[in-house]
Ligand binder design. Structure first.
Ligand SMILES: *[C@@H]1O[C@H](CO)[C@@H](O)[C@H](O)[C@H]1NC(C)=O
Ligand SMILES: *[C@@H]1O[C@H](CO)[C@@H](O)[C@H](O)[C@H]1NC(C)=O
Ligand SMILES: *[C@@H]1O[C@H](CO)[C@@H](O)[C@H](O)[C@H]1NC(C)=O
Ligand SMILES: *[C@@H]1O[C@H](CO)[C@@H](O)[C@H](O)[C@H]1NC(C)=O
Ligand SMILES: *[C@@H]1O[C@H](CO)[C@@H](O)[C@H](O)[C@H]1NC(C)=O
Ligand SMILES: *[C@@H]1O[C@H](CO)[C@@H](O)[C@H](O)[C@H]1NC(C)=O
Ligand SMILES: *[C@@H]1O[C@H](CO)[C@@H](O)[C@H](O)[C@H]1NC(C)=O
Ligand SMILES: *[C@@H]1O[C@H](CO)[C@@H](O)[C@H](O)[C@H]1NC(C)=O
Ligand SMILES: *[C@@H]1O[C@H](CO)[C@@H](O)[C@H](O)[C@H]1NC(C)=O
Length: 649
């Protein structure tokens, strides 16, 4: 082996070792939510702004390992800041941050809007709030979190070492731009530490923050582990080596750590003995890595093989290019689970690419299994899934591109479009019903959509309805945060038993479908915040009682519609929004009612109406009042029940 090839070998193996200790430290240290509430009417806007902020901050963190953004206006402004620990590689930083982003949603339950949240991971930090907090250093919610196990050796020596480590971190951190790792060893007793001030906390603010942290962290001894989570900085010590200082250019503190010293020896010695030492070290790491790989292979191997072989797999680079690097001008829309971009694949095919807001690496095997299954679902009224990418920095789904806007754009006239004709509306309602009947009853999977609303029904060139986003909820089965963001955007369409008790069956989709039918026929939104006593469903119910429901039909049609068909559609709509889930028809019987001359049953009252009273009243379940108060004074007090199942853990 020649001199240079030996070094190539050494460096190759050396990078191998570094790889084997790579760790994004995506473990939670603490989640701190602040409990200011905002007016209910602001919630949807606030949640949307929050999601925008998360979208804008991700590329910044992906480039600089920190980022700050300000989105929205007035009371709906969201300030967000994220940063990774400086010892993480960019890849590990991306992984940590992606996971952090999904978990901070736990601060955002929908009934009691929380306007601030901080999530400390051991590898990264994310905070959002309603004011400019970027340079803050200390606050009353700062925490000290100590480990569970006590150190079993010489405790006075241990405390001494932790104290020395803390001082090294404090002074070293200040000299070194707010970041330092340190090691203190005495005999066989070693403690490791890391301190970091956030990017915009510098100078005296960083000093205040670190001094405070160092005072507090001593209280954790004799625990083997301690963390101080201050507003402007993070300090941790542990008996385990937890950080990466292999490429650190910080001044050595304490007596230096194990593999760092190995690196120094190897880098400076050319002797055969060092080489032999190195080879044995390498074989140790290689063995460990092989074992680890074996373990991972068991879990992931089958999956990755399937993905790579599958036609569904499209590389991240291809998709990124197709969507013009997710340029804003390619953006088609923004939903609770991610934003959608228009893209053109190399073969010229136009597609819609969804960037999942949720990091699916955590559920990667589950994810691909589901995607595989969902991609096997074919129906003319469902948007077709063409592929996905799960190996890039974020997960992407590729759908067929449906060119003609969403139903919401037409019915709520957000884009100055020609109003839909009667026959178009009838066809769209029927198509949506057929798509849902397929999902519920005919597909191999029993899929509950959970988020049927006008903006999730897309229209093709021939105004055929295509349901989007089906099956997505299945990817996040345990994830309450997904449910709460979906809820936040879609309150007007939610079945009462789902909102109140979290009971989810196909009949929740039937309810949402009923609301959709009424909205499409009447050309109005069924707002959940009823400003006055005349809600859309109430008006319709009254007209239905007088046998004149066709009077509720969209005036934009100027009478150009079939009265019989209109009465039939509205009666079906009212059947679907009945309070009792058992009384709502199945989707296949809805299809029959719309296509055959079936007898249509009489609907009972929708859930929000008090029987025998024409006066508006919020719907009443278990003696609790729910949203829909005409006056705002009692709004925040009546929501106890729903809180219990979306409360942050
Ligand atoms: C350690 O940190 C350096 C510098 O940030 C980085 O280049 C390297 O990839 C990191 N190694 C690991 C294993 O994270
Ligand atoms: C939450 O509100 C309660 C009472 O309104 C208050 O005492 C408490 O300090 C608040 N907690 C936080 C973290 O702001
Ligand atoms: C959010 O704010 C950042 C900068 O603070 C900006 O670059 C981005 O375009 C904003 N996003 C939206 C959707 O307004
Ligand atoms: C913002 O909120 C405050 C207090 O909740 C309220 O007084 C103020 O009118 C709101 N401003 C706007 C622009 O909505
Ligand atoms: C933080 O920044 C604001 C301006 O954005 C400034 O007024 C304030 O003095 C700063 N605070 C500290 C502690 O630097
Ligand atoms: C420490 O103990 C608490 C409560 O028993 C437990 O919830 C937590 O997971 C433990 N932490 C660790 C790191 O073991
Ligand atoms: C513990 O360490 C201290 C030095 O810090 C030493 O004086 C003492 O003798 C040690 N105790 C035991 C039991 O080893
Ligand atoms: C470290 O040394 C102490 C005494 O010097 C001994 O009691 C202890 O078992 C040693 N610990 C380890 C892990 O070797
Ligand atoms: C603090 O950091 C900001 C941004 O990095 C910089 O603009 C500012 O000059 C710094 N202030 C001090 C006192 O170092």
């Amino acid at each position: 082996m020649g001199f240079s090839s030996k070094w190539v070998f050494v460096f190759t193996l050396f990078s191998f070792i570094k790889l084997s200790i790579s760790d994004p430290r995506a473990t939670e240290a603490a989640l701190i939510c602040t409990n200011r509430t905002a007016a209910q009417s602001d919630r949807q806007v606030y949640v949307a702004t929050f999601l925008e902020a998360m979208d804008s901050i991700t590329p910044l963190v992906g480039r600089d390992k920190f980022g700050a953004v300000i989105n929205g206006t007035g009371n709906n402004t969201v300030y967000a800041f994220g940063e990774c620990m400086k010892d993480l590689s960019q890849t590990d930083c991306n992984l940590c941050f992606a996971q952090c982003k999904t978990q901070i949603l736990r601060c955002l339950p929908f009934q009691r809007l929380v306007t601030g949240g901080r999530l400390y991971y051991d590898g990264c930090f994310l905070r959002y709030d309603y004011y400019r907090f970027f340079n803050e250093s200390l606050s009353s919610v700062d925490r000290t979190i100590c480990g569970n196990t006590s150190f079993s050796g010489n405790q006075s020596l241990f405390s001494e070492n932790v104290g020395k480590l803390a001082r090294d971190l404090e002074f070293g951190g200040l000299r070194n731009d707010g970041f330092l790792t340190a090691v203190v060893s005495t005999g066989n007793l070693t403690v490791y530490g890391l301190a970091q001030c956030w990017e915009f906390v510098n100078g005296s603010a960083c000093q205040r923050c670190l001094s405070d942290a160092v005072l507090k962290i001593g209280s954790c001894t004799p625990k083997e582990e301690g963390r101080v989570l201050n507003t402007g900085c993070y300090v941790r010590y542990s008996t385990q080596r937890f950080f990466n200082n292999s490429a650190s250019d910080t001044p050595p503190a304490g007596n230096g750590g194990g593999s760092n010293r190995l690196a120094v020896i190897l880098a400076t010695t050319l002797g055969i003995s060092a080489f032999l030492l190195f080879v044995s070290a390498v074989s140790f790491f290689v063995r460990r890595k092989v074992l680890k790989q074996k373990r991972e292979k068991k879990q992931l191997g089958a999956l990755i093989r399937t993905v790579n072989k599958s036609k569904l797999n499209i590389s991240y680079e291809t998709l990124e290019k197709a969507a013009n690097y997710f340029n804003n001008s390619n953006k088609l829309g923004q939903g609770g689970s991610g934003s959608v971009y228009k893209g053109i694949l190399p073969d010229g095919q136009v597609v819609a690419i969804k960037r999942l807001f949720f990091n699916t690496r955590q559920w990667v095997d589950h994810f691909f299994n589901e995607v595989n299954l969902i991609s096997g679902i074919h129906h003319k009224n469902l948007v077709k899934l063409l592929g996905c990418s799960i190996t890039g920095p974020e997960s992407l789904l590729v759908y067929e591109y449906v060119p003609n806007h969403s139903l919401a754009d037409y019915v709520f006239d957000t884009k100055n479009l020609q109003p839909l004709t009667w026959s178009q509306r009838y066809k769209i309602v029927l198509g949506t019903a057929e798509g849902l009947a397929y999902l519920h009853e005919e597909s191999k999977l029993r899929i509950i959509h959970r988020d049927i609303k006008l903006s999730n029904v897309l229209l093709d060139e021939d105004f055929m309805a295509k349901i989007a986003d089906f099956g997505l909820a299945r990817l996040f089965p345990e994830d309450k945060s997904h449910i709460s963001t979906a809820i936040a955007g879609t309150l007007g369409y939610m079945a009462p038993e789902y909102v109140v008790r979290g009971i989810l069956t196909e009949k929740a989709d039937v309810y949402s479908f009923g609301v959709l039918v009424v909205e499409v026929v009447c050309g109005k939104k069924n707002n959940y915040v009823f400003k006055n006593t005349n809600s859309l469903l109430q008006q319709l119910w009254n007209l239905y009682g007088m046998g004149k429901s066709y009077e509720a039909v969209d005036p934009l049609l100027e009478g150009n519609f079939n009265k019989e068909e209109a009465s039939k559609l509205l009666q079906v709509g009212l059947l679907c929004v009945q309070a009792s889930a058992e009384l709502r028809p199945s989707m296949s019987s809805v299809v029959k009612m719309l296509t055959e001359n079936h007898e249509i049953p009489q609907p009972t009252q929708p859930p929000f109406l008090n029987s025998g009273s024409s006066e508006f009243s919020p719907f009443n379940l278990h003696g609790k009042r729910f949203f829909g108060q005409p006056s705002s004074s009692t709004q925040s007090s009546g929501n106890k029940l729903t809180e219990s199942w979306i409360e942050p853990r």
